[in-house]
Design a protein around this ligand. Structure first.
Ligand SMILES: Cc1cc2nc3c(=O)[nH]c(=O)nc-3n(C[C@H](O)[C@H](O)[C@H](O)COP(=O)(O)OP(=O)(O)OC[C@H]3O[C@@H](n4cnc5c(N)ncnc54)[C@H](O)[C@@H]3O)c2cc1C
Length: 315
């Protein structure tokens, strides 16, 4: 089936921050074949292709996203008896956990509460509680510069909340399907662990609309030792949560044109209603500046600014 391509589609409903402008061209890929064809066609003519999953880690510019935006709804998951899993990148990350847990496979418990697709999780090497999605990955099916192929995980250059697809000038690389190998676990233990993660999240996470943690945590043992209020375990690990710095700098609850640093989890910026993407970014930068002035550390965004931000800061 061919995909219907629409023009000037607002991306606001497609992002969990409920902000941002329109896609120049927009289509929904219902399966991997459609996603692969769209990617090959776009790469072939040097068109800009943005794949959007659940939009839970992006902030599209108010000026919009030029080129072709494809919303990925390819969501097949096949689980083999031997721990091998093949999943489309448009499947929900939590759904992937549930399907694999039902088959007695462990490893993805941390995915509970991460509201996005497998594709989005790969791009940011999503994780929680010291686990990352890249750990169990064996192969990826991709379209790279117009060519469809299976390849090894090295192509992604994974590191903490990072991959090649987050860096400047990324290659034309679209993620289609993934092969995992997961260890066998004990049913009850898998669910107990997932339930505990879920419980911790519910107590910490503010209600929508947000994109989860806005900034990455900071690995800096010297800074960690200098912060008297930082819990001992984090001092030992040499990690300073971005939320700790924002809270400590007394920014929690700070509002700017409808955007706000959450009081419940200071590293979440929430759209309290009607905030533009520009306002959200301005608040983020204001917070990052305040943290830099106080602690000398530059916070790095976990949320991705996508689209045409060239007019940002000029008015
Ligand atoms: C309440 C809340 C809690 C969260 N908690 C966590 C957490 O604990 N840990 C964590 O790591 N993240 C967390 N997040 C952030 C987010 O959910 C994850 O990063 C998620 O994996 C993003 O998936 P997505 O489908 O929404 O990606 P999107 O936001 O749709 O896309 C993210 C990026 O990936 C690219 N992309 C997506 N799919 C593909 C593909 N198939 N091929 C190529 N590029 C692609 C997009 O173009 C974009 O650049 C949280 C978010 C929220 C709202």
């Amino acid at each position: 089936m061919t995909m219907a391509v629409l023009r000037a589609v607002s991306l606001r409903p497609y992002t969990t921050l409920r902000a941002g402008g329109a896609a120049e061209r927009f289509a929904v890929a219902g399966d991997v074949e459609q996603l692969a064809r769209a990617a090959a066609a776009a790469h072939g003519i040097g068109d800009r292709l943005t794949v959007l999953g659940w939009g839970s880690n992006v902030l599209p510019a108010d000026a919009g996203v030029p080129g072709f935006v494809v919303h990925n709804r390819a969501r097949r998951i096949e689980v083999g008896d031997d721990g091998h899993v093949v999943a489309d990148t448009g499947c929900g990350f939590q759904e992937l956990f549930l399907k694999t847990a039902q088959a007695g496979l462990a490893g993805l418990e941390f995915a509970v509460g991460i509201p996005g697709t497998l594709g989005g999780a790969l791009v940011s090497n999503a994780g929680a509680y010291r686990s990352n999605v890249s750990e169990f990955l064996t192969e990826l099916e991709v379209v790279l510069e117009g060519r469809r192929m299976w390849t090894g995980p090295e192509i992604m250059h994974f590191s903490y909340r990072d991959s090649v697809l987050r860096r400047n000038e990324p290659p034309a690389l679209t993620l289609l399907r993934v092969r995992f190998r997961l260890p066998k676990g004990r049913g009850k233990a898998i669910y107990d662990e997932a339930r505990e993660y879920q419980r911790q999240r519910i107590s910490k996470q503010p209600p929508p609309a947000s994109a989860g943690s806005f900034f990455k945590n900071v690995a800096d043992p010297i800074l960690a030792m200098r912060l008297p209020r930082l819990p001992e375990a984090l001092k030992t690990a040499g990690v300073v949560p971005a939320g700790f710095l924002i809270q400590d700098a007394e920014l929690a609850g700070l509002r700017h044109k409808g955007a706000m640093f959450s009081r419940r989890h200071a590293n979440f910026i929430v759209n309290t209603g009607g905030a533009t993407a520009t306002a959200i970014r301005e608040l983020a930068e204001l917070g990052a500046r305040a943290v830099f002035e106080r602690y000398g550390v530059r916070l790095e965004e976990e949320v991705l600014y996508i689209g045409d931000w060239s007019a940002y800061g000029s008015s």
